[in-house]
Design a protein around this ligand. Structure first.
Ligand SMILES: NC(=O)c1ccc[n+]([C@@H]2O[C@H](COP(=O)([O-])OP(=O)(O)OC[C@H]3O[C@@H](n4cnc5c(N)ncnc54)[C@H](O)[C@@H]3O)[C@@H](O)[C@H]2O)c1
Length: 251
């Protein structure tokens, strides 16, 4: 029986939450994974949890908004894994505030982590993918790109992710590299757990399927885009939100 080719993936913001769930799904599917995060303590703990599944795993510490740290991370991944087949741009933050209270730093930080980081990682990674005529990139956006109260910075960043995705999909369509986006709705992560019980219950009620999503729900969608057979699937946005994008939630 012929062996499946070895594949190497990068997942940013993978020390916890959705990124960790995606990394775990990739590893359990036989893909070697480099987890990138700036929280070294959580990153080490995440890497420890992912050892022993058969695939190789490495944690690379770095700030995804800094070009020199991104470049250094890519060099470390190449030295470790020899190639990059998959990139999942997942790192993100929120700094929700009404417009009149929003500071320049609230704007810049959210745009830098959610959007600029994806430009930096796409540029550095595609350079490695081009000679092999193969690559799969998934950019994590959010259902909030449609607009969210007190989220002008986050919504603009996540809308930018979709425009970046569509433009790069066109630019690299003929080079074997696909670029797609996922727009998650409400997903159970440490952030959701920090909300009080009444807000959690209101949010749950606002989801048509009447449950909160899991990192595994997002990881399932990521796997669809990463499939080497999905070569005709590019520039698309897939909502993973239990139908919440179909209505106008009040919370
Ligand atoms: N949780 C949700 O309900 C939800 C919904 C829609 C979209 N999203 C998106 O999914 C992605 C993951 O969200 P999450 O809820 O798992 O978040 P999280 O806060 O649980 O995890 C984010 C990870 O990114 C890392 N990170 C943040 N800034 C970084 C930086 N500058 N450099 C390196 N690492 C950095 C953090 O250390 C953390 O490990 C984000 O892009 C988020 O916007 C989340």
């Amino acid at each position: 029986m012929s062996q499946l080719p070895r594949r190497v993936a990068i997942v940013t913001g993978a020390a916890q939450g959705i990124g960790f769930g995606i990394a775990k799904k990739l590893i359990t599917n036989g893909i070697d994974v480099a987890l990138i995060d700036y929280d070294q303590t959580k990153l080490s703990a995440a890497v420890d949890q992912l050892k022993g599944f058969g695939s190789k795993v490495i944690g690379v510490s770095g700030n995804v908004c800094k070009i020199d740290e991104v470049q250094s991370a890519i060099e470390q991944v190449i030295a470790w894994g020899g190639q990059i087949d998959y990139l999942v741009n997942n790192a993100g933050i929120i700094r929700d505030k009404r417009l009149l209270n929003m500071t320049e730093a609230d704007w810049d930080d959210v745009i830098n982590v959610n959007l600029k980081s994806q430009f930096l990682f796409c540029q550095a990674t595609i350079k490695e993918m081009l000679p092999r005529n193969f690559g799969r990139i998934v950019n994590i956006s959010s259902r909030a790109w449609l607009g969210g109260f007190g989220q002008s910075n986050y919504s603009a960043a996540k809308g930018g992710v979709i425009s970046l995705t569509r433009s790069l999909a066109i630019e690299f369509a003929a080079k074997g590299i696909t670029v797609n986006a996922i727009a998650p709705g409400i997903i159970q992560t440490p952030l959701f757990d920090s909300f009080d019980a009444s807000l959690q219950s209101k949010l749950k009620e606002s989801v048509p399927v009447k449950r909160i999503g899991t990192p595994d729900d997002v990881a399932y969608a990521v796997m669809t885009f990463l499939n080497p057979d999905a070569s005709y699937l590019t520039g698309q946005v897939l909502y993973v939100c239990g139908g919440r994008s179909l209505s106008s939630p009040s919370v």
